[in-house]
Design a protein around this ligand. Structure first.
Ligand code: BGC
Length: 783
């Protein structure tokens, strides 16, 4: 991780700006300027469609949940290895727009470009490019292109392309293209996988150019999923009537619109783009849906879509924004907002889709959903946009049946085992030591669900879906381990991989055992709650899940007897049973250029035999359940893991920062937080081109709220433990808790809490109980 980079983009509070057309960094910038709404994702590519190659750019348009599948070829397959891949499919592109200025093609590679800026407006959810271009023959135009992916209409993306002739009057022609000859790059850029999607995977079923519209429908050859898309066009400005021509080939449809431009007057093309799939409707409805959705969006027009976009973003920032004030805080402020913006953009909101580790910003990790969603992203939504958190949980609930099947494949007669990597709910990880063996995903989902239930108080959800998830995940924990005589009859879980991907197939991973125990406890709590509050609901679950309360006796025995590895001499919890036996890590033996890429350069066995850790593991468990550990324990363990953790995953530093706060290591906490806040904006991992690191982005929010402000919700108690970084004057954030909205401002010497919405709220500062009543109710605490 190279953290010594100066800011790539100018530091400003509410925008990310690129000030020159920069081909060298195009690939990275495409991710920076990627837009999405949790459903459609589009990379920040240019309308001119410059011919970038595989190392310098990727046109990317995606729909959450829409994947292609191919048979996976294994050298040696195990029973239960996933047979089919799932890759978020790169879809036909409709952004492409070429502009002819009195017959000359606009391209920034010729003529002269002045006043260039490309700006992502974080407050508005709009990307805008502005420039003045002088053609090789001397025609001068001002060009302003705005783009958004609508939060109001999930199927819609819109572009407003404005051209103003500055020194002439003459023809302006827009040529808009639907380009369906698209293939994924993943296979070509990921040398360690041997599966596709190879080549173009969408087979066209319909391609039409008529009136002011282009339409396409195609079927993914492997998954059989069907996509329909379309684009409508409307020009304004210029003299006389617009002249339209269109044509369609098998994989390509085009529409040209020509108007007579007048010097000094803008000519505008509005493109409204729609994507829809048969995941949402019958295939026979797709064409009519596309047409009608375009009609509706066209009637609204770009301006209205932009207005509602701003309103939506306004509501988001109203709660989610964190303001920091103090010395050198501007760059961090920008990082926080950039990260939150991408988190907002990436989360599926329809209950049928989750959230990729890269959001919808690129093909990295094949668009798969991991535990990143539940452990990093979901807590942010739980406290700021609980409805979105609920939708993400709905997605897991919707895939419970696949998780049950997976548990059977793994030999568990009862319960459900969620997949480590997936899009459609089935396991898509091809290397089980780093995949299926990460059983902790079950407890992670249960943890996120429990957090949601505690913070929102949504008992209805517990009854409707939550209890079922808790019971089914718990059942796998009750089956996977055993009470081992050699460990004094304690419950041991062997051959799992914890979060740390450099210690694989280990026995008694501390994090896994801890999270499993809490999963069992939460499941037991849920059953107990239903028994006393809604016996009918419990009876239904018993019938449907063939569940008996007898199972809970075993759960309790496991809860009481869970084994944790412990090193007496250092008084720490090692990562797993074998951790202290492994060879100490000697970084000096590793050439610098290979250090961050161990799996690419060393055999897994070399990595696994060393005593070091890729990412936060035990430390994460201690943060999540910090009430179970003393300060001294936390300190000893933090110091220990600080020495052995390499932070080779982007999921690591934010967690260390939070625990550093818990134990009063404020300077270290600040350093970790700063790395997390600027990680993607300054491309510390040199791989931002492949997509955002969503988990870390959400981790930045957690590092402030759960770290500096010490927020925890344990046993339905909301607790703060506020601290202020030395360089800051103050910071302000808001959280939602059981129907209330609380604003917290931490400044030098005091923390102020204001009830902004809701009748009342009870929370704790350390052990002190605070109750606020009525809107505006305020408490100020000396810190
Ligand atoms: C990390 C995992 C993470 C995945 C996706 C890996 O490098 O080790 O914990 O889930 O990336 O972000």
């Amino acid at each position: 991780m190279n953290i010594n980079k100066p800011p790539i983009y100018p530091v400003e509070p509410w925008a990310i700006t690129e000030l020159s057309f920069n081909k060298e960094d195009n690939y990275r910038n495409e991710t920076t300027f990627a837009l999405s709404n949790g459903y459609i994702g589009t990379r920040g590519t240019y309308e001119e469609a410059y011919p970038f190659d595989i190392d310098t750019g990727l046109e990317g348009n995606f729909v959450n949940g829409f994947y292609e599948s191919e048979e996976i070829r294994y050298g040696e397959a195990n029973f239960g290895s996933p047979l089919h891949s799932q890759s978020l499919l790169n879809l036909p592109n409709m952004k492409e727009t070429r502009v002819y200025v009195a017959g000359e093609l606009f391209t920034m590679e010729e003529g002269e470009t002045e006043g260039y800026s490309r700006k992502l407006y974080l407050k508005d959810g709009v990307l805008e490019r502005k420039l003045i271009w002088t053609s090789p023959s001397g025609k001068k135009v001002q060009i302003v292109i705005k783009r958004l992916v609508s939060f109001e209409m999930k199927n819609i993306m819109a572009i407003c392309y404005e051209v103003t002739p500055l020194n002439f009057s003459g023809e302006i022609t827009f040529t808009s293209r639907l380009q369906a000859d698209v293939e994924n790059h993943t296979r070509k850029t990921n040398p360690i996988v041997d599966y596709g999607p190879f080549g173009r995977r969408l087979e066209p079923l319909r391609i039409v150019a008529e009136k002011n519209r282009l339409y396409y429908r195609g079927i993914a050859k492997g998954s059989g999923l069907i996509l329909a898309c379309g684009c409508s066009h409307k020009t304004t400005g210029g003299d006389g009537a617009v002249r339209i021509s269109q044509e369609a080939d098998e994989l390509d449809a085009q529409m040209s619109l020509t108007v007579d431009g007048r010097q000094g007057e803008a000519v505008t093309l509005e493109k409204i783009i729609c994507y829809a799939t048969d995941l949402d409707m019958g295939p026979e409805q797709l064409d009519i849906f596309t047409e009608e959705t375009l009609n509706l969006a066209e009637r609204k027009g770009y301006a209205q879509l932009e207005k509602s976009q701003k309103e939506y973003l306004g509501r988001f920032w109203e709660t989610a924004d964190i303001q920091i004030r103090g010395k050198d805080s501007e760059a961090l402020q920008q990082g926080i907002r950039f990260n939150l913006f991408h988190i907002l953009q990436s989360a599926g909101r329809d209950g049928k889709t989750g959230m990729g580790a890269k959001g919808l910003s690129g093909e990295g990790y094949e668009g798969h959903y991991f535990w990143d969603t539940e452990m990093y992203v979901l807590p942010v939504f739980v406290y700021t946009e609980p409805d979105t958190a609920k939708k993400l949980l709905d997605y897991r609930y919707a895939t419970l049946e696949q998780a049950r099947q997976r548990a059977r494949i793994l030999g568990h007669e009862k319960g459900a085992l969620f997949p480590w990597r997936t899009i459609n709910g089935e396991e898509a990880s091809t290397y089980y030591p780093l995949g299926t063996a990460q059983y902790h995903i079950n407890a992670d989902i249960a943890y996120a669900l429990s957090l949601y239930l505690q913070v929102t108080g949504d008992v209805g959800y517990l009854k409707e879906k939550g209890a079922e998830i808790l019971i089914e995940t718990a059942r796998v924990w009750a089956d996977v381990g055993s009470f081992a005589d050699c460990k004094g009859g304690r419950y041991c879980i062997c051959s799992v991989t914890g979060p740390d991907e450099y210690n694989v197939l280990v026995d008694n991973n501390f994090y896994t055992n801890l999270m499993a125990r809490e999963n069992l406890r939460d499941a037991k709590g849920a059953v107990g709650y239903l028994a006393s509050h809604d016996p009918e609901c419990l009876d239904r679950l018993k019938r449907e899940l063939d569940f008996s309360e007898d199972e809970m006796r075993l759960w309790q025995k496991i809860i009481d007897n869970m084994y944790f590895p412990y090193d007496e001499s250092r008084q720490v919890y090692p990562l797993d049973d074998g951790f202290m036996m492994r060879k100490p890590w000697d970084e000096s033996r590793i050439p610098e250029e290979k250090r961050a890429w161990l799996y690419e350069n060393y055999h897994p066995l070399f990595i696994m035999r060393h005593r070091m850790s890729k990412q936060a593991d035990a430390i994460l468990g201690m943060y999540l359940h910090s009430h179970l550990f003393t300060q001294e324990e936390l300190k000893r363990n933090y110091d220990f893991y600080q020495e052995v953790t390499l932070h080779h995953s982007s999921l690591s530093t934010c967690i260390f920062g939070i625990v550093a706060c818990d134990i009063g290591y404020y300077d270290e906490a600040y350093t970790y937080f700063s790395q997390s806040a600027r990680m993607d904006l300054d491309d510390y991992h040199n791989n931002f081109y492949a997509g955002i690191h969503a988990a870390n982005m959400a981790g930045t929010w957690q590092a402030i709220v759960n770290g500096f402000a010490g927020v925890r919700c344990q046993h339905s108690r909301l607790r703060f433990c506020p601290s202020l970084p030395a360089d800051w004057e103050s910071y302000t954030f808001k959280i939602r808790y059981q129907g209330a909205l609380l604003k917290a401002t931490v400044s030098r010497g005091e923390a102020e809490f204001v009830l902004e919405e809701g009748e009342k709220i009870t929370f704790y500062i350390g052990e002190k109980e605070i109750a606020l009543e009525g809107r505006g109710g305020t408490h100020v605490e000396k810190i």
